[in-house]
Design a protein around this ligand. Sequence first.
Ligand SMILES: N[C@@H](CCC(=O)N[C@@H](CS)C(=O)NCC(=O)O)C(=O)O
Length: 194
Amino acid sequence: MKLIHSPTSPYARKVRILIREKGLDVEEVATVPFDDEDVLHSANPLGKVPALLVGDSAVYDSPVICAYLDALEKPWLPKGKAAWRQKTLHALGDGIIDAVLAFRMERIRPQEQWWDFWAMRQENATVRALQHLETITDELGDPWEFGNLAIACGLGYVDFRAADMQWRDHMPKLAKWLEPFEKLDSWTATAPPE
Ligand SMILES: N[C@@H](CCC(=O)N[C@@H](CS)C(=O)NCC(=O)O)C(=O)O
């Protein structure tokens, strides 16, 4: 298996952590999605990372890749009704990434093209999601579960691209919850480059 990824992608980071935590044999191939390289387009016509090559076929969209890899080895995703909770938490983590990424894309345009309405919606969604997580921290449990993987990577992406939010000052329980993740080798090994 080969994972086409970008070292700064928080979506790819989830997959890269999962690979390390499960000790899976997956070669990582780095690319820059905006360079539109063939290696990425032939794996994912949408031109987005991450994409997983499994023999001649490809698996893409990071939650699908995570579910695929998770199913290979001692699944974290529980069976039955509990799986929906984990998938929903995973979607919440991905949604934080989506909102921070959309905010950033608004802000790297020339300033006369900024759409403040859209940027503010993304920022408000991020804040609401973090506030919600602060209220349910006790329910989240230990590293790593299927939902926690995305939540931790979402928080890591807020640190990377929206550090000025200083979320730890406002969400102390959530900050404490993240600490054990931040100590893991799989976390430090997949941190986005400065
Ligand atoms: N829903 C996708 C989102 C992937 C995504 O947007 N990746 C970004 C990098 S962080 C990308 O490849 N962007 C290039 C583009 O949108 O053209 C997933 O979870 O895999």
